[in-house]
Design a binder for this molecule. Sequence first.
Ligand SMILES: O=C(CO)[C@H](O)[C@H](O)COP(=O)(O)O
Length: 210
Amino acid sequence: MKLQLALDLVDIQGAIDLIKEVEEHVDVVEIGTPVVINEGLKAVKEVKTAFPDLTVLADLKIMDAAGYEVSQASAAGADIITILGAAEDESIKGAVEEAKKQGKQILVDMIAVKDIETRAKELDELGADYICVHTGYDLQAVGQNSFEDLHTIKSVVKNAKTAIAGGIKLETLAEVVKHQPDLIIVGGGITSKEDKKAAASEMKELMLQG
Ligand SMILES: O=C(CO)[C@H](O)[C@H](O)COP(=O)(O)O
């Protein structure tokens, strides 16, 4: 089980400073969608240059022109690139094909997918490296989470790794760990804490025990 730190509310220097604090406890660093919108793929490039040994995920949430966008993120140094599960199969195929060509991986974000079970089976067959259930900020705000969806994808996915994101905190981590996803994505659960290093360390410890 790996821990991914999601960085959404920082600029490039803020991202670099934050990663320095927690890098020994995290496996993957995500350059979040708002950061890419604000700073462009330069954010991915600068973080990868500063931390060449860390796995960097570019949370592009691709919806179209997938092969091209994956090629651009790959050139910037991303190791994993995200596409939306709601995208057309042709887009998923384009992303997977380009990622394979570049030696990168694709994480499919299931945000807003209604029939999680059917789509997860299809995405698994289309060659996704990761399938990630995700409760975005707008549904977190009305009290939702993705724990049940994680159970659903775990029961149907045969090849892809599974991941979960959305509002995961130290207090809810044990519930997530119980379902044994391959990747747990945490943003605010670490970045909102005064002592971010301690938060990441406690979370990683709990995952290792699980
Ligand atoms: O992709 C995202 C929002 O769309 C976030 O990066 C993801 O939800 C993790 O952050 P948090 O733990 O704060 O919810």
